[in-house]
Design a protein around this ligand. Structure first.
Ligand code: TYD
Length: 212
């Protein structure tokens, strides 16, 4: 378990484009592990602590051009730092399983890729202020047409990124797959274009492999 071996709990993140079904899968995994008696903290980014949820409103609501990509990197990282301090770290130290719907890989993709090449800045700030990676990252892979149709079908006031459309979704999918290659040790790519129960079964299998 690499750099995370000193912790007692297990840190699992879900990633994927908007509409990939990762939030459903995160919930199903939490339910399955709780049924087995594990103590699970199901959380999300941006958000997952009271302060980070306030930052979520700042970044996801309002005019899509409200913030520059650089400012967004700072805001998402600020939210992540608060989430880490108040929710993730205490749970891991208590030996719990933390399941997080998006984590730093989303910043690497959305801010690091969508408007110019800002990956270096994202990684530098991550190293300085966050410094941990999940033990396991489940990438729910989905073709962008299907993902976008799903995401638009439930569009609410948080349309900051979904509004950018199909081109961005294609770029994000390719970017996530490349990231899975870059961090092959902790990433598992899962075909999300199937019945949710079949996806959930594969997710569960990947988690069991890790706990063995
Ligand atoms: P999320 O609530 O996961 O929305 P969805 O379930 O529709 O994917 O994420 C909200 C949006 O925030 C999503 O479009 C991705 C974006 N985002 C970033 O741009 N950077 C980040 O670091 C994170 C965590 C999310």
């Amino acid at each position: 378990m690499s750099a995370t071996a000193s912790r007692r709990g297990l840190f699992i993140s879900f990633e994927g484009i908007d509409g990939s079904g990762k939030s459903t899968q995160a919930r199903l995994l939490a339910e399955a592990l709780r049924t087995e008696g594990a103590e699970v903290v199901l959380t999300r980014e941006p958000g997952g602590s009271p302060g980070a949820e306030e930052i979520r409103d700042l970044v996801l609501r309002g005019d899509p051009d409200r913030w520059s990509a650089e400012t967004e990197i700072l805001l998402f990282t600020a939210a992540r730092r608060d989430h880490l301090e108040r929710t993730i770290r205490p749970a891991l130290e208590a030996g719990q399983v933390v399941i997080c719907d998006r984590f730093a890989d989303s910043t690497r993709m959305y801010q690091g890729l969508s408007r110019g090449d800002l990956r270096r800045q994202v990684d530098a700030l991550h190293a300085l202020m966050i410094g941990i990676e999940p033990d396991l990252t489940l990438l729910i892979d989905m073709d962008p047409e299907t993902g976008l149709a799903r995401a638009l079908g439930r569009q609410g006031p948080e349309e900051r990124f979904e509004g950018f459309g199909l081109d961005l979704q294609r770029q994000m999918r390719a970017g996530f797959l490349a990231l899975a290659g870059e961090f092959a040790q902790r990433f598992r790519v899962i075909d999300g274009a199937r019945d949710p129960a079949a996806v959930a079964a594969e997710v569960k299998l990947r988690v069991e492999e890790l706990r063995r």
